[in-house]
Design a protein around this ligand. Structure first.
Ligand SMILES: Nc1ncnc2c1ncn2[C@@H]1O[C@H](COP(=O)(O)OP(=O)(O)O)[C@@H](O)[C@H]1O
Ligand SMILES: CC(=O)OP(=O)(O)O
Ligand SMILES: [Mg+2]
Length: 437
């Protein structure tokens, strides 16, 4: 019987989440601890640490030396190795497998053991996920050096979407150029969508290949996915994670010509480019200088929601003009997000021919914002979705899957919140593949 300690590393655009598992070949991983640093785009970043399901560190502000995902990972690794109450990791040599979330996996259709060859192949994809891939590869490099006895495995966000049919993944451009430059819809957040599909199917009492779901992964990056018979049918992100819904610093889909009217130098390489990542000003503007940050000044959707719903409207005599402006712009951002999300739901509902078992909310915003869930479901009530206000407004979602919709008739679609767990999903995939043992 083979057993290993696995570390699952999820470097998102605003956070790094690491979970530790006891894994036995072919079995479901058992979580021992999880640690995360969030708020990398709204400093100071905060550290949370949970061991054995108990919170050890709730939200400790960590200092400004955390420059990005790689620094955040170093601190997380140190936290785990130095914790005397985590005897499974007494030293770095105890870690047997590291599963890395790599957002853009190109044509890879299964997780890969990271060799020199895979690493070089992945490096070539860095420019197609400018907020993610190079950061993740930085963490891979660090692990190769710091954890020499561990197998490093790359798990891809894009893998789940390899089932998207050709007429949906094709862009209407010159076919030869599309083929030679590999220009197509890849889609992301797929590790999360795989977890969501299995969890929602189990909750609904169906096999994964029997469920049709419209899933929303709403975090710093946000996307929607139409899941047909358990497989990705369409998703809102595209060649890169920029397309579709807006995010913390991303514009989401805009008229492709917009950027040429935004500034004159957009075709030039940005000074922020490095040897690992070549990014044009156009890409920098749309990926890093747009979204909630550009519109409202904050990347924290929690702040946007509370200000949008605060009572500092013009009727309140005690509120200042600044508060009123703030309230208005936050409300604008909130309404804009609801509009874009509902646009995808409507489109996917039709694309799935109205056969939808459930709408699923997940990701930092999807899991933590009852106001957003209520506003979205209210706008799509014509499709039969209904929120249950009492359950939806409960302070905390405790179970992996919670129903926040009203259960109507047998054919009425359900509304669920899934606490997605990309780290678990990666560890599960690695536990099943003999190549990584
Ligand atoms: N109470 C809340 N209400 C709404 N949004 C929240 C709340 N708490 C956190 N968020 C949002 O969740 C986002 C983080 O989501 P997450 O999925 O963890 O991000 P990442 O994309 O880095 O993986 C933050 O940017 C923040 O805007
Ligand atoms: C793909 C993507 O945008 O991921 P995240 O939301 O974790 O930044
Ligand atoms: Mg994420």
């Amino acid at each position: 019987m083979k057993k290993k300690i696995a570390l699952s590393v999820n470097a998102g655009s605003s956070s790094v989440k690491v979970s530790v598992y006891d894994v036995e070949f072919g079995q479901a991983p058992v979580q021992l601890a999880e640690a995360q640093i969030s708020g990398l785009t709204s400093p100071p970043p905060t550290l949370k640490y949970v061991r054995d399901g108990k919170t050890v560190i709730k939200a400790k502000e960590v200092d400004d030396n955390i420059e990005g995902q790689r620094d955040a990972f170093s601190l997380l690794l140190e936290t785990l190795v130095e914790d005397e109450d985590l005897p499974q990791i007494k030293s770095k040599e105890d870690i047997g497998i590291v599963c890395h979330r790599i957002v853009h996996g190109g044509d890879y259709s299964k997780p890969q053991l990271i060799s020199n060859e895979t690493y070089e192949h992945l490096e070539n994809l860095n420019d197609l996920a400018p907020l993610h891939n190079a950061n993740s590869l930085g963490i891979v490099q660090l692990c190769i050096r710091a954890l020499p006895t561990a197998n490093n495995v790359a798990c891809f966000d894009s893998q789940f979407h390899s089932t998207i049919p050709e007429h949906i993944r094709t862009y209407p451009i010159n076919r030869d150029i599309a083929r030679s430059n590999k220009l197509r819809k890849y889609g992301f957040h797929g590790i999360s969508y795989a977890f969501i599909t299995r969890s929602a199917a189990e909750f609904l009492g169906k096999e994964p290949d029997e469920v049709n779901i419209i899933a929303l992964h709403l975090g710093s990056g946000a996307s929607a996915c139409a899941i047909k018979n358990g497989k990705s049918w369409d998703t809102s992100m595209g060649l890169t994670p920029l397309a579709g819904l807006p995010g913390a610093t991303r514009s989401g889909s805009v008229d492709p010509s917009l950027v040429f009217h935004y500034a004159s130098d957009v075709g030039k390489l940005s000074p922020a480019s490095t040897s690992d990542l070549h990014i044009s000003r156009a890409e920098e503007i749309l990926n890093k200088e747009s979204g909630w940050k550009a519109l409202t000044g904050t990347t924290d959707f929690g702040k946007i929601t509370s200000s949008a719903f605060s009572s500092s409207s013009s009727s309140s005599s005690s509120s200042s003009d600044d508060d009123d402006d703030d309230h208005e712009v936050m409300k604008l951002a909130f309404d804009l997000f609801v509009d874009r999300i509902c646009g995808f739901i409507g489109s996917y509902y039709v694309s799935l021919r109205g056969k939808v078992d459930a709408l699923v909310f997940a990701g930092g915003i999807g899991e933590k914002s009852p106001q957003l869930r209520a506003a979205v479901v209210d706008q799509i009530s014509c499709l039969g979705f209904q929120i249950d206000d009492e359950v939806n407004n409960k302070n905390e979602i405790r179970n992996v899957v919670e129903e926040v919709g009203k259960k109507g008739g047998l054919d009425e679609p359900r509304v669920l919140v899934v606490q997605t767990d990309e780290q678990f999903e990666m560890a599960r995939a690695c536990a099943e593949d003999a190549e990584f043992w």
